[in-house]
Write a protein that binds this ligand. Structure first.
Ligand code: AMP
Length: 583
């Protein structure tokens, strides 16, 4: 398949502002893609080279790309830099230089998707001495064979800047429509995706075979399972009612979720957004290497601790462990403890279908006798009345936890699902509603006074999985320390897009800048009110009105462990609003 066909589709997608049109472009593209490269197309659409957990990262340094572009076009490095300063994207610079394919070389062969994909893999795999020259050679050889439109998207891919923002659920809809003609089949694909986290593979299986083949996809070691999620309740009374009077209550720890996969000597750790973080936690790998327990997938919450008394520290301390260098030093300065809370697979068997009490029983059998103060099972009690829950909540808060997680003892593990089988109860923030929300940054207004040259207010949104869309809910300008604001400004400047993202529903709200939805902030608020301005839950309670946060404030926590699709959902906001009415 010619890369030009892909580049032309990218161009069309980039100009659309509706998610429906985006889906239609995807369907047309998938339908004309040869079956043997369908997985590659699926990865490239998302600017990736494979599924998140095993993907080689794109994102070559700009200076390598600038040099390649200079070599191919004959334009000086300086002039390219000047153009780049003006336009802000090297793909767009390549396009504006309008270098002419026919002038570049006599021995041209048209670029194919296969060739581009394979070369991108080679680039991602190249490291060590001499790698710089080799990368430049790979990039120039592709540029030599490309038109300006191809060059534009080629460079966006190489730099990791392809901002089409096609998220998993839009792609799942498109795959269902392309190969089964029916969007309803999305559920089967979603289920396979929740277990295997690899849309390229699912599309290939479906394009080659049938829905039955997709249904055969099951959990496997070293492929992260999408985590089960919790609903939120107003208070313990409501939570217990939802649990039909009996639950297993656990500490809710303010750390990062980690999925541990072990077989023999191989041990790998994944985050809730399926990122492989084995490298960041050598001590956790060692903990499991020292254990005889083998052939399992377990889940737990890793939390930063004060090593003197093992007290839990807040989430921000743990984020200090997210670094590329000096891991050993960070391990000593910011020690961690792991609380195990679930078992998804054991000894060749998928245990997700077992009732929760049975999974916990297995966890106790396997890890209950471990003599390591940094590895334990999460504190848990059986509770059947409100007093027991409240007493346990007080104890949890005293021990540095966020609150409680209540779980239905008879529930199975539902990968990727947010259901009432798990309910979170968090502590009260004084003067605010009883819970924080995690919202994604969608846009910004420029600042005034002290904040000139920075953003004065950020537009935030919630997420709806049903239509894979972000809905606006408030503007926030308080709670930002100057240094946080500066870092955010730098991060956000890389996410600027020239118009509202097609997956954002913002009504007619004017904004100075729009961003690709990416960064998630933790926010507290006094109350949820109805507003004609914002689109979250619009028309649910009152025609023309959506939900808004009153006096929203940033808590200081950038939720680096959450993807935009992990933001608080529109449904959760509705739930919080209803809970508020009851109080
Ligand atoms: P939230 O991120 O507020 O939606 O809360 C869900 C998260 O709480 C999970 O993804 C885990 O990272 C974390 N968590 C902390 N303690 C537990 C626990 N005992 N069981 C399950 N999840 C927990």
């Amino acid at each position: 398949m010619l890369f030009l066909e892909l580049a032309e589709t990218f161009k069309e997608m980039e100009t659309t502002s509706s998610r429906l049109a985006l889906t239609q472009f995807l369907v047309a593209l998938l339908k004309k893609t040869p079956v043997n490269i369908i997985d590659k197309i699926v990865y490239l659409i998302q600017g990736k080279l494979g599924p998140d957990h095993s993907s080689k990262e794109l994102g070559i340094a700009e200076k390598i790309v600038t040099r390649s572009l200079s070599l191919v076009t004959g334009v000086s490095l300086n002039d390219i830099q000047l153009e780049y300063n003006k336009i802000g994207d090297l793909g767009d610079v390549a396009f504006s230089l309008k270098y002419n394919k026919t002038q570049s070389t006599l021995f041209q062969e048209p670029l194919t998707v296969e060739k581009v994909f394979d070369t991108l893999i080679k680039i991602a795999n190249t490291s060590g001495p001499g790698s710089l020259d080799l990368k430049i050679r790979y990039i120039t050889s592709m540029l030599n064979n490309s038109s300006s439109l191809e060059a534009k998207y080629l460079l966006k891919l190489v730099l990791g800047n392809l901002r089409l923002g096609i998220a998993n659920y839009t792609l799942i809809d498109a795959i269902a429509l392309s190969f089964t003609g029916n969007k309803e089949n999305r559920r089967i694909l979603e289920n396979a995706f929740n277990l295997s986290s690899d849309l390229g593979n699912i599309a290939r299986i479906l394009a080659k075979g049938s829905l039955n083949d997709v249904q055969l996809i099951s959990v496997s070691l070293f492929v992260p399972v999408r985590p089960m999620l919790a609903e939120r309740a107003a208070d313990s009374r409501e939570a217990l009612k939802k649990m039909r009077g009996e639950c297993l209550a656990e500490y809710k720890i303010d750390g990062e979720r980690v999925q541990i996969h072990k077989k023999g000597k191989q041990i790998e750790l994944f985050t809730r957004s399926l990122e492989n973080i084995t490298f960041h936690f050598p001590e956790i790998v060692k903990m499991f290497a020292d254990q005889s327990a083998n052939n399992f997938i377990a889940e737990g919450e890793v939390v930063a601790i004060n090593p003197d008394n093992l007290r839990y520290l807040p989430f921000q301390s743990l984020m200090k462990r997210r670094r590329k260098h000096q891991i050993q030093q960070a391990m000593e300065t910011y020690p961690v403890l792991l609380n195990l809370f679930d078992l998804l697979y054991y000894d060749g068997q998928d245990t997700m279908g077992f009732a929760f009490f049975k999974r916990r029983g297995l966890l106790e059998n396997i890890f209950g006798n471990i003599k390591n103060e940094r590895l334990k099972l999460v504190d848990q009690i059986k509770a059947s009345n409100i007093e027991e829950i409240e007493k346990f909540m007080t104890k949890a808060l005293r021990n540095g936890c966020e609150g409680l997680m209540l779980k239905d003892p008879n529930s199975r593990y539902r990968a990727g699902a947010r259901e009432w089988a798990w309910i979170k109860l968090k502590k009260e923030y004084s003067g605010t509603i009883s819970d924080s929300v995690d919202l994604v940054i969608l846009g910004a207004l420029y600042g005034k006074g002290r904040r000139v040259g920075k953003y004065g207010a950020l537009l935030l949104g919630s997420y709806s999985k049903i239509d894979d869309t972000f809905y606006t809910i408030c503007k926030v300008g308080t709670g930002f320390k100057d240094n946080v604001l500066a870092t955010l400004y730098d991060k956000l400047s890389k996410l600027i897009i020239h118009k509202k993202h097609p997956r954002v529903e913002a009504g007619a709200l004017p904004m100075d800048v729009w961003f690709e939805p990416s960064i998630v902030l933790e926010i507290v608020t006094a109350e949820i009110t109805l507003s004609p301005v914002y689109t979250t839950g619009r028309n649910t309670i009152k025609p023309g009105y959506g939900f808004a946060l009153r006096f929203p404030k940033f808590t200081g926590n950038v939720r680096e462990d959450k993807s935009p699709e992990d933001s608080t959902t529109v449904n959760e906001v509705l739930q919080i609003y209803r809970n508020q009415l009851k109080q």
